[in-house]
Design a binder for this molecule. Structure first.
Ligand SMILES: C[S@@+](CC[C@H](N)C(=O)[O-])C[C@H]1O[C@@H](n2cnc3c(N)ncnc32)[C@H](O)[C@@H]1O
Length: 245
């Protein structure tokens, strides 16, 4: 990655807080079967890394389980605490997690692993997990096999910056074992306003020049007015791996 691309990635990674409300309104939850595949039922201490407004965290609640959310953005943490006032949320990143060694059974990172520096985050996650603990990475990806979603994707790609495309899963290696993958197809019912919020809360939209941002939102609005979708089809892409015992 060039220095300019790195700067852009850093700017986008830090951009979410200003659109935390739109994020909470427009971004999808995670389907229960994907959550069950990613997080073992018996996991007692679960860390949600890059928790944002808690979209995944709320699906991780289980009797007797301790949940800790780690999130760098003050705006996202504020929104998180409004939605999940009883869950502990701490300031931190994948590269610097403010939790003791060997203190978590599972660490899950939804829609955020592409923002970390894996060279520093892999050993940091390994430090926080207990031996045999699990790291799970999750992304909701728009299902572009549906024609109107492919059209939306084409519009967004006219504005998207490339670094957000790299999931960096292949950079998860020792002391972790092999990485397994499973995809889950589902649809999220949503209104036109929620769909517009989903678009407006994307990092590359937040960081666009105002005129380009308006242009993009106008193009999306025209597509939505023509197609009148009532749901957004997603594929939830899940990866899991275990720390050597
Ligand atoms: C697309 S949001 C995902 C939020 C939430 N996990 C979800 O599924 O809705 C990405 C989040 O990653 C956070 N983030 C950015 N850089 C990070 C880093 N280096 N380590 C951990 N989280 C980071 C952002 O602040 C933002 O809240």
């Amino acid at each position: 990655m060039t220095t300019a691309e790195e700067r852009q990635k850093h700017r986008q990674a830090g951009s979410f807080g200003v659109a935390a409300d739109a994020y909470e309104r427009g971004r999808p939850p995670y389907p229960p079967d994907a959550v069950a595949w990613s997080v073992p039922e018996h996991a007692r201490t679960v860390v949600d890394l890059g928790a944002g407004t808690g979209k995944l965290t709320r699906a991780l609640r289980a009797p007797g389980r301790e949940l800790v959310a780690v999130e760098p953005s003050a705006g996202m943490r504020e929104q998180f605490s409004r939605v999940l006032p009883d869950v502990r949320v701490v300031e931190g990143t994948g590269e610097s997690i403010p939790l003791p060694d060997s203190s978590a059974d599972t660490l899950v990172c939804a829609q955020a692993w592409h923002w970390v520096d894996p060279e520093r985050a892999v050993p940091e996650v390994a430090r926080v997990l207990r031996p045999g603990g699990r790291l799970s990475l999750v992304w909701n990806r728009r299902d572009v096999s549906v024609p109107w979603v492919a059209e939306l994707d084409r519009i967004l790609r006219d504005y998207a910056a490339a670094p957000t495309e790299d999931r960096q899963v292949e950079r998860v290696s020792a002391p972790f074992g092999p990485v397994e993958r499973q995809d889950f197809r589902w649809s999220h019912p949503l209104t036109v306003a929620e769909l517009m919020d989903m678009v407006a809360s994307r990092s590359y939209v937040i960081t666009l020049e105002p005129a380009r941002r308006e242009e993009l939102l106008t193009r999306v609005r025209a597509l939505v007015d023509a197609r009148r979708p009532a749901e957004m089809p997603y594929v939830t892409e899940c990866y899991r791996t275990e720390l050597a015992p």
